[in-house]
Design a binder for this molecule. Structure first.
Ligand SMILES: Nc1ncnc2c1ncn2[C@@H]1O[C@H](COP(=O)(O)OP(=O)(O)O)[C@@H](O)[C@H]1O
Ligand SMILES: O=C(OP(=O)(O)O)[C@H](O)COP(=O)(O)O
Length: 393
């Protein structure tokens, strides 16, 4: 990488503003997977050991510029303290006089977690004024939030214009591993895309068709394609604005001779809950008032077979609502196929990583990326704003 890393600069005695991605999955007020916090430990420990004052900033969820009590960084800060075996202070805000005072009181090696940066409307707008306020807290900016590197926000991009700006160790590792795997991919190369962020992910498919041999679609993403093909999708997830785009991908795949694979059957339910009535149906038989929450058994077997015959697999986004056991089989079977294939496997995205943890398969994957959307955009060859803004070597 041609960007400076935290190892290339003096950190001793410096106030260091570290952007991390502590956007961890939560359920019933508990962190269900702390991978993203654990993955920042090398950078945080490096800074502590080298006598920096470590100020950590992150978003959590999508609070839309307002304080949301369920999205405070209190729990991630507590978890970080447990993992470090060290006191970690937590601020109630991310900027302002009270935070400045807290920073001024820090000793070398102390750690302070700021409040959710997305509680401020300026964060996602990349407001220069907010970026300046972040910068005023520190002498150095370290970006270790690979998972948010595709966002040009005040704490990921804007701040880098006001301070010396370098990458953290996780950021460095992600870019290096993904770069190596994708610069000259082993083939067959299979990309699997699922999850629920339809808007974010559907456009990515365009480029995946250029670089992968097989593109497998699952999760909430699939229903926009079914709808575009004229199928009834009931109450399933849909992005109405992408119907033409979806059809275009099917055509493009045909032209390029790529294997673009949609589910042939799905698990439908009459309610989004664990005790809903549910059944497997072919995709032309989705009942009008039901919703599709997982891929079906025929699709699972088909996807597993393709994965087992691949030399490189990049998987982003669960195949179904894996948090509910009834709808977890598709994600589980894809995860098992990734765990057993002899090909190189890269799993991306907070929820996909959480799913592999849930099935105790994480250690069987070659690389679990902390970025979902970020790894997809990186794969597309897009410049990541959070990386571009860092200082060159
Ligand atoms: N068919 C579906 N309908 C609704 N939600 C789904 C469906 N399939 C998967 N999901 C949900 O998608 C979420 C993960 O999506 P996303 O954030 O895009 O993935 P990642 O974090 O891995 O990038 C999970 O919470 C899962 O429950
Ligand atoms: O969870 C994240 O992305 P991912 O779901 O693509 O892995 C990142 O923290 C970015 O979050 P965002 O998609 O709300 O900007």
């Amino acid at each position: 990488m041609n960007k400076k890393s935290v190892r290339d600069v003096e950190v001793s005695g410096k106030r260091v503003f570290v952007r991390v991605d502590f956007n961890v999955p939560m359920q019933d007020g508990q962190i269900t997977d702390d991978t993203r916090i654990r993955e920042t430990l090398p950078t945080v420990k490096y800074l502590i050991e080298n006598g920096a004052k470590v100020i950590l900033a992150s978003h959590l969820g999508r609070p839309k510029g307002q304080v949301n009590e369920d999205m405070r960084l209190t729990l991630p800060a507590k978890r970080l303290g447990e993992l470090l075996g060290k006191e970690v202070a937590k601020a109630d805000e991310a900027v302002g006089e009270a935070v400045k005072a807290q920073v001024n009181a820090m000793n070398n090696g102390d750690v302070l977690v700021l409040e959710n940066v997305r509680f401020y409307p300026g964060e996602e707008k990349n407001d220069p004024e907010l970026a300046k306020q972040f910068a005023e807290l520190a002498d150095l900016f370290v970006n270790d939030a690979f998972g948010a590197a595709h966002r040009a926000h005040a704490s990921t991009e804007g701040i880098a214009h006001h301070l010396p700006a370098v990458s953290g160790l996780l950021m460095e590792k992600e870019l290096s591993v993904l770069g190596k795997a994708l610069s000259n991919p082993e083939r067959p190369f299979t990309a699997i895309i699922g999850g629920s962020k339809v808007k974010d992910k559907i456009d990515v498919i365009d480029n995946l068709l250029n670089i992968a041999d097989n593109v497998l679609i699952g999760g909430g993403l699939a229903y926009t394609f079914f709808k575009a093909q004229g199928h009834e999708i009931g109450k399933s997830l849909l992005d109405d604005s992408k119907l033409d785009v979806a059809l275009g991908f099917i055509e493009k795949a045909k032209k390029l001779g790529k294997n673009f694979v949609l589910p042939v059957d799905v698990i439908v339910a009459d309610d989004f809950s664990a005790d809903a009535n549910h059944k497997a149906v072919d995709i032309d038989s989705i009942p009008a008032d039901w919703e599709g929450l997982d891929i079906g058994p025929k699709t699972r077997a088909k996807y597993a077979e393709i994965i087992k015959n691949s030399k490189l697999v990049v998987w982003n986004g669960p195949m179904g609502v894996f948090e509910i056991d009834t709808f977890a089989n598709g994600t589980k079977e894809v995860a098992e196929a990734c765990a057993t294939t002899s090909g190189y496997t890269i799993i991306g995205g907070g929820d996909s990583a959480a799913a592999t943890e849930k099935f105790n398969l994480a250690s069987k994957m070659d690389h679990i990326s902390t970025g979902g959307g970020a790894s997809l955009e990186f794969m597309e060859g897009k410049a990541l704003p959070g990386v571009v803004a860092l200082n060159d070597k």
